[in-house]
Ligand binder design. Structure first.
Ligand code: MRU
Length: 349
């Protein structure tokens, strides 16, 4: 089965509602940009590369609705909508990156407004296809780091669901399985929204890759018993010094990995590396509603009257990151150098 988190169907963007997984497989047809933004904010679609693709497709819907015959006015109106879209979630840089790519496409397209809208549609479709190809390349590079029969621990969901398809961190597990290495996966359940238990476990079961779910708080005991060969996680934004923002709890995993001598790998496309962020200090961390912590599946689990701390992401400092797996290869410390080089080559391509 091929997992498709997002795709075009006629005039609508079809978004797989990840809030209902693994219980129900429901697609939400989106016919205007506001609905796409709502899906991004409420995590119907989530994961850095997937929300980048969603933003691109949402801007196509917005472009189709702009009533302007003059290309300059059209471009200005699109830029205003892109600004709104880019703010749907703050941490994953892929969102702003995708909006930038769409504005660049609109700038470069020649002819009438209808031709620009057509170019934007094709660009969004290409971004989806490119993302899958990028993940497959990343998978190939990453699989080389996976020993035969290895157990991979991952946090959150950096799989097909979080991307155009195939996945970043889970793409590494998939590629290792395709190479006959028989990997197995430990999925941190990932409080509070359980992306690991609900989504990563579901994907791995679909793929026949053995998977066990563990409470986030069990990482220490699991690693101390030698049950993990390597960690592979995704990323929402990587600063130019190699500091990595990812789902809250990733930093704890990295600390445990260092304590127990387990390699800690980050798998992410070059678009997740933010040339505008020098270090962790430049990465905005999303804070979400307290109710995500105080309730579980709609039922109150915290004492009435208690507040909550709900950072959706944390930053793992670069010295805890063994290597960063990208579509162009495995980048190693010193990251200031390897990341700058990879980004410079990206511009040339
Ligand atoms: O809040 P989410 O579910 O969007 O968080 C997602 C993550 O933290 C992923 O690990 C990250 O976006 C990488 S996805 C390939």
């Amino acid at each position: 089965m091929t997992i498709r988190p997002i795709y075009w169907q006629d005039e609508a963007v079809m978004i797989l509602d990840q809030r209902l997984l693994p219980g129900k497989l429901v697609y939400l047809p989106c016919r205007d940009m506001r609905r796409v933004i709502h899906c991004i904010k409420t995590l119907a679609v989530r994961g850095a590369p997937a929300i980048g693709v969603a933003a691109a497709m949402g801007l196509v819907l917005a472009a189709r609705a702009i009533k302007a015959d003059d290309p300059a006015k059209f471009r200005a109106a699109l830029a205003r909508r892109a600004q709104v879209m880019a703010q749907a979630r703050p941490t994953a840089v892929n969102l702003a990156w995708a909006c930038g790519q769409m504005l660049e496409t609109a700038r470069a397209a020649e002819g009438e407004v209808s031709a620009i809208v057509e170019a934007l549609y094709h660009k969004s479709q290409r971004m989806l296809e490119d993302d899958i190809a990028i993940n497959q390349a990343m998978g190939r590079h990453g699989a080389a780091l996976v020993p035969h029969g290895a157990t991979i621990l991952t946090h959150c969901n950096a799989g097909a669901l979080a991307t155009g398809g195939y996945g970043t961190a889970l793409g590494v597990a998939r590629a290792a399985a395709e190479a006959g290495k028989n990997p197995s996966v430990i999925a941190d359940e990932t409080r509070p929204l359980l992306q690991g238990a609900r989504l990563t476990a579901w994907e791995m079961v679909q793929e026949n890759i053995p998977v066990r779910v563990a409470p986030d708080s069990a990482v220490g005991v699991i690693m101390s018993r030698g049950m993990v060969d390597l960690v592979v996680v995704g990323a929402d934004r990587i600063a130019m010094n190699g500091d990595v923002a990812n789902k809250v709890g990733t930093f704890n995993v990295a600390l445990q990995a260092q304590r127990h001598g387990v390699p800690f790998y980050v798998a992410a496309p070059l678009s997740t590396i933010d040339p505008g962020a020098k270090s962790a200090d430049d990465i905005p961390i999303e804070e979400r509603a307290a109710v995500e912590i105080t309730k579980l599946g709609g039922r109150a689990i915290a004492a009435p009257g208690a507040g909550a701390i709900n950072f959706a992401f944390d930053v793992t400092p670069n010295d805890l990151v063994t290597a960063i797996i990208t579509e162009v290869g495995v980048l190693r410390p010193p990251y200031e150098k390897s990341l700058a080089q990879a980004k410079a080559n990206e511009k040339i391509q």
